[in-house]
Design a protein around this ligand. Structure first.
Ligand code: PLP
Length: 333
């Protein structure tokens, strides 16, 4: 076991001397990189696995980065001006990010999302005061996308749509910040970058930056292994509307993750590493471990898009309790 007095986390360093900030938006990005030691314990000692903790962003997820970048770009181009309302379709985290940013910068926010997103996400968005229209849960994020287009077409002058699936600023946010942060945090030693695909912004932007620094770095995308899955935030590309910012030819590999494996990894992460994350982080960590097992040496970096407190009422912790038994978890909730 690690000597508790010797453990100095990057997060502790980050907050050692709290900086004075002008708004919560100053807290977006610059997230810590956590070494996953226990779960990675069985693999070659030459292989290290790190996870970028995107839950540390002020809106609680990786989506704060692209949301802020898309809004800043909208203001710069004049497409977003006082009097306009921000609208987008989102399965949750982008909605939370936009709701937060809209409040700080003074723009109303309207969101379209499938009605089955977790109760916690709905409540968080409600707390920021955004207006929500619900789409058919059976149509998933694509249904929300279509309904959002319809609302927009009915009143185009009213709205600014960041359009995260097609806006190049989404991946640009990761190209400009997530990629450089990871490169610096690993002293340029990263050999594999692994991330889930939702819009594709994280994998595309970060991957592009890392490849520019070192073309040998392998960029691997994680996606649900089936169209019907329980991995909130991730997209099964073969059966989805393919985002305009997603360019599969830039990837070295795709890793299919099952819902079962991802959930099991979420349980392991909370119990063995003391970090409670969401489903997509479980999928990313599962892929990182499987890929790490095949290597003799390497520095693998993956992304944990958010923490797990938003999912405590979802299938992750409730519906599956009878079917899965992991570690010493009693499923008595
Ligand atoms: C929980 C979660 N994981 C993963 C992702 C995927 O990130 P990206 O849209 O950058 O591909 C998202 C967002 O879409 C998300 O909300």
């Amino acid at each position: 076991m690690a000597n508790p007095t010797a453990v100095r986390s990057i997060a502790a360093e980050r907050f050692r001397e709290p900086k004075k900030i002008e708004s919560v938006l100053d807290l977006v990005g610059d997230t810590p990189l956590l070494e996953i030691r226990r779960i990675a314990g069985g693999i070659s000692p030459g292989v290290k696995i790190f996870a970028k903790l995107e839950g540390m962003n002020p809106g609680g997820s990786v989506k704060d980065r692209p949301a802020l970048k898309m809004i800043q770009d909208g203001i710069k181009s004049g497409k977003l001006a006082p009097g306009k309302t921000i609208i987008d379709s989102t399965s949750g985290n982008t909605g939370i990010a936009l709701s937060m940013i809209g409040r700080v910068l003074g723009y109303p926010v309207e969101l379209v999302m499938p009605s089955n997103v977790s109760a916690e996400r709905k409540r968080i968005i409600h707390a920021y005061g955004a207006k929500v229209t619900y789409s058919d849960p059976l149509e998933g994020s694509d249904g929300a996308l279509r309904l959002c287009r319809k609302v927009l077409e009915e009143n185009p002058a009213k709205y600014f749509k960041p359009d995260q699936y097609f806006n190049p600023m989404n991946s640009q946010a990761h190209y400009e910040a997530t990629g450089p942060e990871i490169y610096r945090q690993t002293d340029g030693r990263i050999t594999h970058f692994i991330a889930g695909i939702g819009t594709g912004g994280t994998i595309m932007g970060t991957g592009r930056y890392l490849k520019e620094r070192n073309p040998k770095i392998r960029v691997i995308a994680v996606e649900p292994d089936d169209a019907l899955h329980g991995l909130e935030g991730l997209k099964h590309m073969a059966t989805s509307i393919v985002p305009g910012i997603y360019h599969e030819e830039e990837l070295d590999e795709k890793f299919p993750a099952s819902t079962e494996d991802a959930y099991a990894m979420v349980y392991r992460l909370s119990q063995e590493e003391g970090i409670l994350v969401g489903q997509s982080s479980g999928a990313a960590m599962h892929a990182a471990l499987q890929i790490g097992r095949k290597l003799r040496s390497g520095v693998i970096v993956t992304v944990f898009p958010d923490f797990g407190d938003k999912y405590l009422t979802t299938n992750l912790w409730v519906g599956w309790r009878d079917r899965m038994s992991v570690g010493n978890l009693k499923f008595s909730i």
